[in-house]
Design a protein around this ligand. Structure first.
Ligand code: ADP
Length: 395
């Protein structure tokens, strides 16, 4: 076998098999997307690669990942079906464009989103046996032009990638659902007991009305659990859409404090703020960031003592905006601190202070990380707890 063209071809097929094996070995969606991108760019000798997924509900595509897109906020970036990726998904066919600037479908396609000038592009559908879930595109062949052989290889990779993405989604859902069902058991058991007791002749009117109240509380809790769970499931599966707009943090903070002020007053808790003036704007999703702040403030009020304090601070520091929410509640032990951002985790003993789902902080973490930020917690038992959110300034 001394035919160099044939040898090179075989070598590429060999690499494809290795890459496919590599894809099959992870169920973590982010890691998987990362591997697909690297594999696609490597295999087709391209400058960049991107993955767009199809949203059934909205009937549009959105960016899911790209080699030069480190920002999860880009995930919300929607791409119309009139784009090249839209054409690929609609026609279930690959496309090679070696003169991209003159193609009317280019739209702002990849360029605007990831700050890149597209010369050439090769895209194929991400296709399982029965459906197309999106498209993978490679941009700018490093030397020469994209060929049919590149397309055949990328199509094969696209098929493997689509199956791996589907598997990972199913796995994540089943994992989360298993935990959710487990969490349903306690409220279900309480409801069952209440129903059973209410059927007894001998219970007093007072006991009966207590039982009714308990049923009401438990059903409220179940409703909250269901909607919070759906929120988290959306974030975990990557289906949550993030907006990315340059916006001010300050109104989000003051707005959140205003919303929570009634609840603080009810519990006789003072709510103080110290927000630096002139905080620079950030790329953010206003509603999602507000959700984080409301959750932290609500926790600081819930897990606090009557007459206690809650303090919100925000300042710019070392290329970040640092926001902290401190309380004068019971504090959290070192052992419990390790588990704070785990799904359904509740610090033992806090059930007595307030009802909760143990999902809020997992949601906060996902949202903050989608902003390329970090969230952490410090606490002193008997003194109180501080949650701190670090949001990086735009580069
Ligand atoms: P929820 O409050 O709905 O249970 P979270 O995920 O927001 O869910 O919080 C998880 C758990 O962390 C709470 O149940 C509580 O045990 C503990 N926790 C959260 N915030 C505080 C706080 N400020 N002080 C003490 N414990 C807290």
């Amino acid at each position: 076998m001394n035919n160099p063209v044939l040898n090179a071809q075989l070598e590429r097929y060999h690499r494809l098999i290795e890459l496919s094996r590599n894809l099959a070995s992870t169920l973590d969606l982010n890691q998987l997307l990362e591997r697909i991108l690297q594999s696609a760019a490597d295999l087709c000798e391209a400058q960049e690669a991107s993955i767009l997924l199809y949203d059934n509900l909205k009937g549009e595509l959105h960016f899911e990942a790209a080699t030069n897109m480190d920002n999860a906020l880009m995930r919300g970036f929607s791409v119309p079906m009139s784009s090249i990726a839209g054409w690929i998904v609609t026609n279930r066919k690959g496309v090679i464009i070696n003169d991209a600037q003159n193609d009317s479908r280019l739209y702002s396609q990849v360029g605007a989103a990831i700050n890149l000038s597209t010369r050439s592009l090769l895209g194929v559908p991400l296709q399982t046996q029965d459906k197309v879930i999106g498209a993978v595109e490679v941009i700018n062949k490093l030397s020469g032009q994209f060929t049919n052989e590149d397309m055949v290889l990328l199509e094969a990779l696209g098929g493997q990638a689509a199956v791996a993405i589907e598997n990972s989604r199913l796995f994540q859902q089943s994992d989360l659902i298993a935990e959710f069902v487990h969490e349903l058991r306690t409220p279900m058991a309480s409801l069952n007991t209440a129903a059973h007791l209410m059927g007894r002749q001998e219970i007093t009117e007072e006991q009966r009305s207590k039982m009714v109240e308990m049923i009401r509380n438990e059903t409220n809790r179940l409703t909250e659990l269901a909607s919070t769970f759906l929120d988290l499931a959306r974030l975990e599966s990557g289906r949550a859409q993030f907006k990315s707009e340059l916006g001010e943090v300050q109104p989000i903070l003051t707005g959140s404090v205003e919303i929570m002020s009634g609840r603080a007053a009810e519990r006789n808790i003072s709510l103080e703020t110290d927000i630096s003036p002139n905080l620079p704007p950030l790329n953010l999703d206003r509603d999602k960031l507000k959700q984080v702040m409301l959750n932290l403030l609500s926790n600081a009020i819930k897990y606090n003592y009557p007459g206690g304090k809650v303090r919100l601070e925000a300042a710019q520091k070392d290329g970040e905006i640092v926001i902290s929410v401190s309380d004068t509640g019971p504090g959290i032990s070192e052992e419990a601190l390790k588990h704070m951002f785990e799904k359904f985790y509740r610090v033992p003993g806090t059930e007595k202070l307030a009802t909760g789902t143990g999902l809020g902080l997992s949601i906060c973490k996902r949202i903050v990380e989608a902003h390329r930020g970090k969230i952490n917690v410090t606490s002193v038992v008997g003194k109180g707890t501080t949650f701190t959110v670090h949001l990086p300034l735009p580069k």
